[in-house]
Write a protein that binds this ligand. Structure first.
Ligand code: KIV
Ligand code: ZN
Length: 526
């Protein structure tokens, strides 16, 4: 029962967000601690029940993130992942000790392929390891979640035995992951029903579902789990995560809400946060949201055919099953121009959920004037691109790009000159040539900053339609992390400008500054 006397095992589905753990495992999505805290604060505000904040033993950064989120987020359960190993559990318990509601999430594989090839053990030994892990974890907290990795491909009879033993040892939540995204909704639903019917002590635990999207069925599988008795859903913002990702929070929650007639359960999520948290996570991870993404994609509420437009103008419900306001989609018809002034800009930013301090506002205002001069009108999407460049930086900028100038064309050697302010306040000017304008800029920047790296991804997207659109460049660079045994890590960056060559320079500077900040944090043990 919760504080309102509602039996949450029946009426409510617990939302367990793993954006900061499984989501952060997306290639190149690495977030620093301040970025994680920012996301965790919004998750708390929007009513997420459980935040999986990291895998504490995996790195000092993950440990610190779990520790700080535990200290700062007071209204959610904070969860730390562990393998079924004593040291993992002790370290997680340590990271979680400041949490108002700590949860240890432990477990190991149950499919024969995991037991044989990954764990190299027998079913009986694995079962005993899991039981011992739960017993040890219970010494630190009463809230223990047990994951049966690769349950989607396991022998159900063995899975039932494992779950029964884990619950008997003290697990209060049992997580049934479709780790490889292999199952179909009918199979996954039947698996959950089988667990309800065949695990004798299942009424002592909440069943959780954790689905991956390898075949594009993560949301459908999760919902099939709910229909068959799961009462916790493990999700990420925008569906980011390992490989093809995890189940997306916005899709599951809006399905439960829109089709309450089918599912008969509620969540505590304040759905108008969906759009802004989607953009926040996309900006901080530099993983763009595909335009046709359900609920939060740029086209999710765009009607392009004449017949549809006509219908929506007569009555929105002809082609819209969700009111865009319910998921926080801003009205892109509202536009600003240079004449809107500070007051108009501040008002619009507040409507979009941005409450900026004076210094940040002035930076955004300067950029706004610059774009308004060049484009005449600035719509919501332009504003978001500007804001994410100016205030979406949760690390200290070491080098600042003052000026970039390029000469290129079919009969010239692409050449770039850059002016950069360094950490000592000194201004550096350098130039280089390359195969094209972006190559030339990156080489010129490298001459000043000198951080060896490899550019592994470069993409450019128009923020709005039209020839004068703001372009947004997203890049990923790979570089060695000297303090971590020479491991190569991916750092992402983004930049927006009406001139895509300038946007490319900004994106590169963003990624390099992030790389330098991460190195500094690692050296300082942050
Ligand atoms: O996909 C998976 O099986 C996981 C577990 C660690 C819960 O992420
Ligand atoms: Zn997973």
């Amino acid at each position: 029962m919760d504080e309102d006397g509602v039996d949450i095992k029946k009426a409510r589905v617990i939302v367990f967000d793993t954006t900061l753990r499984d989501g952060e495992q997306s290639p190149g999505a690495a977030l620093n601690i301040d970025e994680k805290i920012e996301i965790a604060r919004v998750l708390e505000e929007m009513g997420v029940d459980v935040i999986e904040a990291g895998f504490p033993i995996s790195s000092p950064g993950d440990f610190k993130a779990v520790e700080r989120i535990s200290a700062e987020i007071r209204n959610c359960t904070i969860c730390g992942l562990t393998r079924a190993k004593p040291r993992d559990i002790e370290v997680a318990a340590d990271a979680l000790k400041g949490a108002a509601y700590p949860r240890i999430h432990t477990g190991l594989g149950v499919s024969d392929v995991h037991l044989q090839y990954k764990l190299r053990t027998t079913r009986e030994d694995a079962l005993a390891m899991g039981v011992n892990a739960v017993k040890l974890a219970r010494k630190y907290t009463d809230d223990i979640e047990y994951f049966a990795e690769d349950a989607g491909r396991a022998d159900p009879e063995y899975l039932y035995r494992v779950l029964e033993a884990a619950i008997a040892a003290g697990a209060t939540v049992v997580n049934i992951p479709d780790t490889t995204g292999y199952t179909t909704p009918a199979e996954f639903g039947a698996l959950i029903a089988g667990i309800k019917n065949n695990v004798p002590n299942i009424d002592k635990a909440v069943i959780s579902v954790h689905c991956h999207n390898d075949l594009g069925m993560a949301t459908a599988n999760t919902l099939a789990g709910v229909l068959n008795g799961a009462r916790q859903v493990e999700v990420t913002v925008n569906g980011i995560g390992e490989r093809a990702g995890n189940t997306s929070m916005e899709e599951v929650v809006m399905s439960l809400k829109t089709r309450r007639d089918v599912f008969g359960v509620d969540t505590r999520i304040k759905t108008p946060y969906f759009y802004s948290i989607s953009r926040l996570v996309s900006n901080l991870t530099s993983i763009p949201v595909q335009p046709n993404k359900a609920i939060v994609g740029a086209n999710a509420f765009a009607h392009s055919s004449g017949i549809h437009q006509d219908g929506v103008l007569k009555d929105r419900t002809t082609y819209e099953i969700i009111n865009p306001q319910d998921v926080g989609v801003p009205d892109s018809a509202i536009i600003l121009s240079a004449r809107s002034g500070r007051h108009g800009l501040r008002h619009r930013l507040a409507e979009l959920g941005y409450h900026l301090g004076d210094e940040q506002f002035e930076k955004v205002y300067e950029r706004f004037l610059d774009v308004a001069d060049r484009k005449k009108t600035v719509d919501t999407r332009d504003l978001e691109a500007i804001v994410s460049d100016e205030v979406g930086m949760f690390f200290q900028e070491t080098y600042h790009l003052e000026q970039v100038q390029v000469s290129c064309g079919n009969n010239s050697i692409p050449t770039a000159t850059v002016r950069i302010t360094g950490p000592d306040g000194q201004v550096y000017c350098d130039a280089d040539h390359g195969t094209g304008p972006v190559d030339a800029i990156y080489r010129a920047i490298n001459r000043v900053i000198g951080e060896p790296n490899e550019l592994i991804e470069f993409s450019v997207q128009a923020v709005t339609e039209g020839i004068d659109a703001v372009g947004r460049v997203t890049i990923r660079v790979q570089a060695e992390e000297p303090v971590n045994g020479g491991l190569r890590r991916v750092f992402s960056g983004h930049g927006a400008d009406t001139d895509i060559v300038v946007a490319s320079a900004k994106a590169y500077m963003f990624a390099l500054n992030r790389l330098i900040a991460a190195r500094r944090d690692a050296v300082n043990g942050k």
